[in-house]
Write a protein that binds this ligand. Structure first.
Ligand SMILES: *Cc1c(COP(=O)(O)O)cnc(C)c1O
Length: 421
């Protein structure tokens, strides 16, 4: 892969940004990040003239691929009318109504600017609504970059979380209890000890931030049951799964209703967005109707609103969920045919390859897979014109734009490279 220009740009970037990037996973691209020039459809074109089939897709939002014409034209029309007002605009109601029509419990919604803000707001809302202090998260689930969720399991003897970033106070981390994904004993034991003080359980109904990990058959049901029994709220963090595994997200897909849903990524059509959805009784606790504070200069940003609205409209008319899923399904099947010893986890258009022969059903399993082989595969695929995430702990996404030729080519290259090692 030609990379002279990217190399020079990366040297400059390192002078001005920590690690040369503005979000850490971007620095994991090997041997150093390539710099994008433009993108269209399933392709990214970089500064050195390389053309790459993109399976990263902005880490999830771009289910329609890059620069979809319908969305692009709607954004251009909107831009001509101005782009920030500090007063409401009709499009935010239209996007809200559309989202609420798909996402249960679908009473009301608050738009914020990122998935991080959505989970931060949802957690505050749950605490405010229940007047309880603890939250429960699962090892391996990612909910953004705020203090309450930058927490990992402490010593085996206790469920209290400990910070997994410098700068998160221990006292804050302690309010987050950490359970094991797909492990009912672990969640039951936490509820036995602290159940009546737990405001909410937050989880990714399909993990997309530890590679891809599926919930076991009864896991989501049991978590639903136990939260209900103790009067705790269940927060489905559907920032990735919302409008990706089905238009109604994981709730529709698995037939389970949570109390609060957080959204982001796809609903902004590639522009910054986050959202909290809940039944009216709960969501009305947010300011100005209630007393749980949330505010934002850019909340319901007009360009994010039109990008999200036109993305969802296009998805409805063109079966984008099914089309993206089909691409991943074919890729998955082609890789299986060759009988190579790895584990592939896939839910619709989310998948990941783990270099282990064992099942991967929680964060520990994922950590035990061979990351070095994965990372090498990432690097070598770049030179073949294929961009998969640089980290084992991200998701390979397919889009509406990934056609069978691209998928066959990609499968061929993956098999060649793995056989070569
Ligand atoms: C990406 C992601 C977030 C954070 O969203 P940002 O927009 O990056 O802040 C939260 N939860 C999940 C499940 C995510 O995948």
């Amino acid at each position: 892969m030609l990379s002279d220009k990217s190399k020079i740009l990366y040297e400059r970037a390192k002078e001005v940004f920590p690690g040369g990037v503005n979000s850490p996973v971007r620095a994991a691209v090997k041997p150093y990040p390539f710099f994008v020039k433009y993108s269209k459809g399933a392709y990214i074109y970089d500064e050195d003239g390389n053309k790459l089939i993109d399976y990263v897709l902005g880490y999830g939002p771009l289910i329609l691929g890059h620069s979809n014409d319908y969305v692009l034209n709607k954004i251009k029309e909107e831009l001509d009318k101005g782009w920030l007002f500090g007063v409401p605009k009709e499009n935010e109601i239209k996007l809200a109504e559309k989202i609420i029509s798909y996402i249960k419990p679908g009473g009301k919604i608050r738009f914020v600017n990122s998935g991080t803000e959505a989970t931060m707001t949802a957690i505050r809302l749950a605490r405010g609504f229940t007047n309880r202090k603890y939250i429960v998260k699962f090892d391996g689930c990612y909910h953004g970059s705020h203090d309450a969720v930058l927490v990992q399991a402490g010593s085996a003897a206790t469920e209290f979380g400990v910070p997994n970033s410098l700068g998160v106070p221990e006292d804050v981390a302690k309010l987050t209890l950490v359970a094991k994904y797909n492990d009912l004993n672990s969640i039951e034991s936490i509820f036995n000890s602290y159940g009546d003080q737990i405001a909410a359980v937050i989880l990714e109904p399909v993990i997309g931030n530890m590679g891809v990990i599926k919930p076991n058959k009864n896991f989501l049901w049991e978590v639903r049951k136990i939260t209900k029994n103790y009067g705790s709220l269940l927060i489905f963090d559907e920032v990735i799964t919302g409008f990706r595994i089905s238009m109604g997200g994981a709730q529709k897909y698995f037939g389970i209703e949570s109390d609060i849903v957080t959204l982001g990524k796809i609903i902004g059509g590639g522009f910054p967005i986050g959202a909290v959805v809940s039944k009216k009784e709960i969501l009305e606790s947010l300011t100005p109707e209630g007393k749980v504070f949330n505010a934002g200069t850019f909340n319901a940003h007009p360009i994010s609103m039109i990008a999200g609205l036109s993305t969802l409209e296009f998805m409805e008319k063109n079966n984008a969920v099914e089309k993206a899923s089909k691409a991943a399904k074919i890729l998955n099947e082609l890789l299986l045919d060759y009988g190579i010893k790895y584990t592939i986890n896939r839910v619709e258009s989310m998948m990941q390859i783990f270099f282990t022969e064992k099942e991967v059903s929680n964060a520990d399993d994922a950590r035990k897979a061979n990351k070095e082989i994965y990372s090498m595969l990432h690097e070598k695929l770049l030179s073949k014109g294929v961009f998969i995430p640089p980290s084992q702990f991200e998701t390979i996404f397919t889009s509406y734009e990934h056609n069978e030729d691209m998928i066959h080519y990609t499968a061929e290259k993956i098999i060649e490279l793995i056989r070569g090692t």
